[in-house]
Design a binder for this molecule. Structure first.
Ligand SMILES: Nc1ccn([C@@H]2O[C@H](COP(=O)(O)OP(=O)(O)OP(=O)(O)O)[C@@H](O)[C@H]2O)c(=O)n1
Ligand SMILES: O=P(O)(O)OC[C@@H](O)[C@@H](O)[C@@H](O)CO
Length: 233
């Protein structure tokens, strides 16, 4: 089975003073989350599309899905305290409702990257059917500088630097084994999901993202996203 999992369990604190988590804010005519779900419903190879949201936003999520989406593959699941706990809540839902087979894979995506393309989704599916873990990246445009306490400690070779986006896609059994092998300190240090597999010694393959596939994190990002949507329509 090929699952999609849309991670919508965050609070959006960096969006500042807004009335709801950012994934529910309107982008033009509909919530950001709905733009993202729509992109996934266009892909017929998904057997189920899980939308994992905060516990107290389940009924709101179900309401907006009912209003905008008619695809029966979409299911709402309660998320967790951090992003990877949300990811594992979705995996537990798969285990409980479908069982996990040896060749099952999941394509996971941030709810707040609504400009994902069908090309990126396709490349993730193709790559994860061949590999245990897949990351979507764009080459770093700025030079990346490592530093602590106001001091530069390293300036890595830029041509080897990328920015990690989503989707991040996994062979599900490998993901579970890798996550279970991590210590709580390692789990607390994660800023994405592919590192679950790389810390556990798994090879992670790269798929090309797009600068367009940016994450709406701050009010500035929301203004850029709104301008892009208005320009398109
Ligand atoms: N417990 C969490 C935390 C985050 N996410 C999701 O992970 C994606 C990317 O994370 P980020 O942009 O950091 O979202 P938030 O955690 O909501 O934002 P912030 O860090 O500003 O609070 C978002 O779609 C967010 O909803 C999640 O599913 N579950
Ligand atoms: O910034 P946070 O650590 O909350 O969120 C993590 C996400 O940004 C990250 O996992 C992916 O979007 C890939 O960059």
């Amino acid at each position: 089975m090929i699952y999609a999992q849309i991670l919508a369990g965050g609070k959006g604190t960096r969006m500042g003073n807004v009335p709801m988590p950012k994934q529910f804010l309107l982008l033009a005519d509909k919530p950001i989350l709905i733009h993202t779900i729509e992109k996934f419903t266009l892909e017929s190879r998904f057997d189920a599309i899980l939308v994992v949201c905060p516990a107290d936003w389940v009924s709101h999520t179900e309401d907006i899905i009912k209003k905008y989406i008619t695809d029966e593959r979409v299911h709402v699941v309660i998320g967790g305290a951090d992003r990877n706990e949300t990811l594992m809540s979705g995996i537990n839902y798969i285990q409980d409702h479908y069982g996990i087979q040896d060749d099952d894979v999941v394509v996971t995506h941030d709810a707040v990257r609504p400009f994902i393309t069908q090309r990126i989704i396709n490349d993730n599916i193709v790559a994860v059917l061949e590999n245990k873990a897949v990351d979507t990246v764009v080459p770093a445009i700025d030079t990346i500088v490592r530093g602590t306490n106001d001091q530069v400690t390293d300036i890595p070779v830029r041509s080897e630097m990328y920015q990690g986006q989503t989707p991040q896609s996994f062979h599900i059994k490998t993901l579970i084994d890798s996550y279970n092998a991590l210590s709580s300190e390692q789990k607390a240090s994660l800023s994405d999901s592919c590192k679950i597999c790389s810390l556990a010694g798994q090879k992670v393959s790269l798929v090309r993202g797009e600068n367009y596939n940016f994450k709406i994190t701050t009010p500035f990002d929301l203004r850029v996203a709104s301008a892009l949507v208005e320009k398109r329509s």
